[in-house]
Write a new protein. Structure first.
Length: 253
């Protein structure tokens, strides 16, 4: 007699088992994670590129040569230009700007004293019909126009670059630097001529002064034009050399 329990047990063991749900293999999960990372990295890269593009468009960088006047140059132009204009009008307006002239008071009244210190500016040179005073005054006028052209070119054509700095580039920049440099060379040459004229004439126009008056009323004021113009020649000349080196692809040593 066959046991029912045994038969039942065999039948149960022979019945097929329900398969467990399949789970993704380890390589599949790794590929999905890598894809997610690539997508995230791509979004970050796109975000950085957009940010960089926005930044570069708001603050453009200037490649190649550019020019910006340094602080001493701007200071010198701010101080010297009004004084030279004042001086030029006095010289070319003589005798009306001299003592007892209808233009003398109040703007050119200080020239009464200076004409006594330096006879080139006083009645001695005027009565002697010396042409040197008016000749250097005419050169002053030319130099002033050139300095104003340099300043105008920078303040009207300069562009903002990264860092909030203003520079002038291209042909307008090259023209501005050339004009400013040429004006500074003219100023230095004319001032040296002024000093040498006194030396070779035996200090005919200033030799009557005591040493204190000579130092504070002639040497220091006229010496300032030697210093200021020399600095501009050095500063603008360095920019001209840099532009030439940039154009010819020569590296600074």
């Amino acid at each position: 007699m066959v046991s029912t329990r045994s038969s039942s047990s065999r039948a149960g063991s022979a019945a097929p088992e329900t398969p467990a749900p399949a789970t993704p293999s380890s390589p599949t999960r790794a590929a999905a994670a890598a894809s997610t990372k690539r997508t995230s990295a791509g979004r970050k890269s796109l975000s950085k590129s957009s940010s960089s593009l926005s930044s570069s468009s708001s603050s453009p960088s200037v490649g190649g040569w550019s020019h910006a006047p340094d602080a001493p140059t701007l200071f010198w132009l701010g101080v010297s230009l009004p004084l030279v204009i004042w001086d030029t009008i006095y010289v070319l307006g003589r005798p009306h700007t001299m003592e007892n002239g209808w233009l003398h008071w109040p703007f050119w009244s200080p020239y009464k004293l200076y004409g006594e210190v330096d006879h080139v500016y006083g009645w001695k040179a005027f009565h002697a019909k010396s042409g040197f005073t008016s000749a250097q005054g005419a050169l002053n006028a030319i130099e002033t126009v050139m300095y104003l052209a340099y300043a105008w070119a920078f303040f009207t054509k300069a562009v903002d670059v990264a860092g909030g700095k203003k520079v002038i580039t291209g042909r307008p920049g090259a023209q501005a630097v050339l004009i400013g440099f040429s004006a500074a060379v003219m100023t230095l040459s004319k001032t040296l001529l002024y000093w040498l004229n006194e030396y070779y004439s035996g200090f005919d126009n200033i030799g009557h002064n005591d040493i204190v008056s000579l130092i504070f009323l002639w040497i220091i004021p006229n010496g300032a034009w030697l210093v200021g113009s020399t600095w501009m020649i050095y500063s603008l000349g360095a920019d001209i050399l840099q532009g030439i080196e940039t154009a010819s692809h020569v590296k600074n040593e």
